[in-house]
Design a protein around this ligand. Structure first.
Ligand code: MN
Length: 235
């Protein structure tokens, strides 16, 4: 049988040292830093035992913006927010069923840094009505991402920090050891809900300091000492 339309292109992210990573799905984690949960008016767990379950949502695979390209200001919002995040890239399909914590780390083939761009006004309106976040989160160009760095060359991930500068001024800075759910824990929780596969990206949640971006702003997001993403919001 012949496709009746041209097949959509598979979005791809460059990998440091060579090659590309074809993207299958983008999973995102909400409220994964206590300071950000609090700034959004949510409560933060006092201990691991009180974490409950993580907040998950999605972006379409073709929401990625690569190559430090300009990011067009999206339609439908007056309040576009930045959220700098660690991104984990899966290189292996998870075995069927719930992932073992021992196996989870081996699924990650590379790391990067990305922005979970958010139409905060639409998300806030959805939250107020108990409606889904999709229009606030899963829009075109909502996931600028750096090149990916092979996991084998990222040592001591938990000791690293995330930083976002806008127009040269630091807006967000957080330490990965403050993640409420770390990468293996998130993969275990996702595996209870979804079949994780090679090509999946996981945006791991943002520290405090989220704020607005406007046309003309330049940003520099970094997984400090590992990789940097630069870009500009175009009108
Ligand atoms: Mn986020």
């Amino acid at each position: 049988m012949t496709d009746i339309i041209p097949a959509p292109l598979v979005p791809r992210v460059s990998v440091h040292g060579g090659g590309t990573f074809p993207v299958r799905r983008i999973f995102c984690v909400g409220r994964n830093f206590a300071d950000h949960a609090r700034e959004m008016g949510a409560s933060a767990p006092a201990s691991k035992a009180e974490r409950g379950t993580p907040v998950f949502f999605h972006k379409p695979a073709d929401a990625i913006v690569t190559g430090n390209a300009d990011v067009p200001y999206p339609p439908g919002t007056q309040d576009l927010h930045h959220e700098v995040e660690l991104v984990a890239a899966l290189g292996t399909d998870a075995p069927p069923g719930e992932l073992s914590p021992d196996v989870a780390p081996s699924l990650v083939i590379a790391y990067g840094v990305g922005l979970d761009l958010t139409r905060r006004d639409l998300q806030a309106a959805a939250k107020a009505k108990g409606l889904p976040w999709d229009t606030g989160k899963g829009f075109d160009h909502s996931a600028p991402i750096s090149e990916l760095v092979p996991a084998a060359s990222v040592s001591t991930l938990e000791e690293r920090t995330l930083t976002l500068r806008v127009n040269g001024e630091t807006r967000q800075h957080g330490a990965l050891h403050d993640l409420i759910w770390d990468v293996p824990e998130i993969l275990v929780e996702l595996s209870k809900l979804y079949a994780l596969k090679a090509g999946d990206l996981v945006f791991m949640g943002t520290p405090a300091g989220v704020a607005a971006l406007v046309p003309g702003d330049t940003f520099e997001a970094s997984l400090d000492g590992v990789v940097t993403l630069q870009g500009r919001i175009s009108g």
